[in-house]
Design a protein around this ligand. Structure first.
Ligand SMILES: [Zn+2]
Length: 90
């Protein structure tokens, strides 16, 4: 469906005298613009969320609510005998 629409679109554009190469270059340009925008928005959000998670885990570890699994480094209950993430004996 999407591919058929794209082909029809290309044929329509081609009738107007535009070359396929120009359309391709324009498509790549659009892709890069949207990819760049997604990176500019997504990367900082991801970094902030990652930082907050690390901070939260450090607080839990400091307060004794969680301990870090020595095998997979995930934060788990201090009384756990088996890690729920990697299934190793504590
Ligand atoms: Zn583990």
């Amino acid at each position: 469906m999407v591919i058929r629409f794209a082909v029809l679109n290309l044929q329509y554009w081609n009738k107007g005298g535009r070359s396929m190469l120009a359309i391709l270059v324009f498509g790549i340009f659009l892709f890069l613009v949207f990819f760049g925008l997604a990176m500019m928005i997504g990367l900082p959000i991801g970094m902030v969320l990652d930082y907050k998670k690390k901070q939260h885990n450090a607080e839990l570890k400091a307060s004794g609510e969680k301990k870090q699994c020595p095998y997979c480094k995930e934060y788990i209950d201090p009384e756990a005998t088996i890690c729920p993430h990697c299934r190793k004996q504590q």
